[in-house]
Every structure is written in structure tokens, then in C-alpha cells.
Design a protein around this ligand. Structure first.
Ligand SMILES: CC(C)(COP(=O)(O)OP(=O)(O)OC[C@H]1O[C@@H](n2cnc3c(N)ncnc32)[C@H](O)[C@@H]1OP(=O)(O)O)[C@@H](O)C(=O)NCCC(=O)NCCS
Length: 184
């Protein structure tokens, strides 16, 4: 797993089980905002649950089926990016992200997701990166657009969150598109 300095005091580092307490404290700061459309805020309910969650990602990393990184801003964990799935037979991966409110509006996630897509495409040979966002989650849709992804369609009422069904937008970027956009 790589780590990277993304400039302006922003660090991207693997989120390992030893960081469970730090993750839980960050989630406490961002739970209400993060939990509007994504499950991680409910899954990481406290430090114990954070450890279980990070253990599940350690298992995914060992099996090469997923990865998770934290985003630190001036030494504080303020968010994260992940590949919820990675399938090296299909050469596909599904990316996701979150930030606590104090860290939004600075391009942190766009930078962090770009870094992990670079790694997936250039180091790991991934051909297609998927991005799913509830249609109402306009900030997440904006990230997909900012990354130069293509909107492929809407999965009607595919996403059940806190008892409510949401339409889910499917976005993706293919390796040649990613390289062309990065080179341009
Ligand atoms: C989705 C989420 C991470 C987006 O956060 P964000 O801060 O808007 O996204 P970025 O980090 O890419 O920052 C983009 C914003 O920073 C601004 N920005 C400032 N400097 C920038 C830079 N160097 N590069 C890109 N954008 C920059 C952009 O203009 C944009 O602001 P705007 O929306 O007011 O136009 C955030 O809303 C969130 O955590 N939501 C809850 C969890 C969630 O829904 N996750 C997505 C699951 S699919």
C-alpha cells in the first residue's frame, strides 16, 4: 500500500486497524454530514466498530480485493478514500470517499481519488474504475465529474440507506481515458 504527500499539508496513508481510535474520533466529528447518504458513518459507530471495519479492509488488502486510505490535513485525519472492491480477473475497481465537514471545499478528495486511480491504473493494471453515487448526493456526483468520469446511467432505487430507497448513478473511467486526461 502506498502513501503520498498531496501538497499543502495533505497526506494520504493506509488506514490500518491500529488507527481505529483515530478513525472513530474523526467519524464522531463528521458522522451527521457523512451519514446522510453513505453507510460508513453508521458502520464506524465507535472505536470497536472502527477496528472491525479496518480489520475487514486488512483482510481485503491481504486478499487483494480492496484497499482503504486516510486523508490527513495538517496531521488530523479528516477523511478517506477506498476501493470497496478490486477484481483483478476483470481488472476493475470501485472507488469511494468521504470527508468531515471542516475539510470539504478544498479539493482534498479529488486529489486523493486521483492518486489512488493513478496507482490502480498505472501500478496495478486496473482497466475500469467505477463510482456510484445516490442521485441526490450532488457533491459526490460533482467529484465524479471533476475526475472526468462518464455517467453511464441510473440504477433505479438500487440503494437502501437508513430505510429510504435512492436512485444510484453509475459513473466510470477507463484506463485509456484516464491516461489521456492526465497527459493533457
Ligand atoms: C463527497 C464529498 C467527499 C465531496 O467533498 P468536496 O470537498 O466537495 O470534494 P473535493 O474534496 O473534491 O473538493 C471539491 C471542492 O473544493 C473546491 N476546490 C478548491 N480547491 C480545489 C482543487 N485544488 N481541486 C479541486 N477542487 C478544489 C472545488 O471548487 C469544490 O468546491 P465546490 O463544490 O464549492 O465547487 C463530501 O461531500 C462528503 O464527504 N460527503 C459525505 C460522504 C459521501 O457522500 N461520500 C461519497 C460517497 S459516493
Amino acid at each position: 500500500m502506498f502513501k503520498a504527500s498531496l501538497g499543502d499539508g495533505v497526506e494520504l496513508r493506509p488506514l490500518v486497524p491500529e488507527l481505529a481510535e483515530e478513525l472513530a474520533a474523526h467519524m464522531d466529528r463528521g458522522r451527521e454530514f457523512i451519514g446522510r447518504y453513505v453507510a460508513i458513518a453508521d458502520v464506524v459507530a465507535d472505536a470497536e466498530a472502527a477496528e472491525r471495519f479496518l480489520e475487514s479492509y486488512a483482510e481485503k488488502a491481504a486478499a487483494d480485493t480492496g484497499r482503504i486510505w486516510g486523508i490527513w490535513l495538517d496531521g488530523t485525519l479528516v477523511g478517506g478514500v477506498l476501493f470497496r472492491t478490486m477484481d483483478f480477473r476483470m481488472e476493475t475497481a470501485e472507488a469511494g470517499c468521504w470527508l468531515e465537514p471542516a475539510a470539504v471545499g478544498r479539493g482534498l478528495v479529488t486529489r486523493a481519488v486521483s492518486a489512488i486511480i493513478d496507482w490502480a491504473v498505472e501500478v496495478r493494471g486496473v482497466h475500469r474504475v467505477d463510482w456510484y453515487a445516490a442521485t441526490v448526493n450532488t457533491a459526490s456526483v460533482a467529484v465524479a465529474k471533476r475526475l472526468g468520469m462518464t455517467r453511464e446511467g441510473v440504477l433505479r432505487e438500487a440503494y437502501l440507506h437508513r430505510g429510504e430507497r435512492y436512485d444510484m448513478e453509475a459513473w466510470s473511467v477507463l484506463a485509456p481515458e484516464w491516461r489521456a486526461a492526465r497527459g493533457a
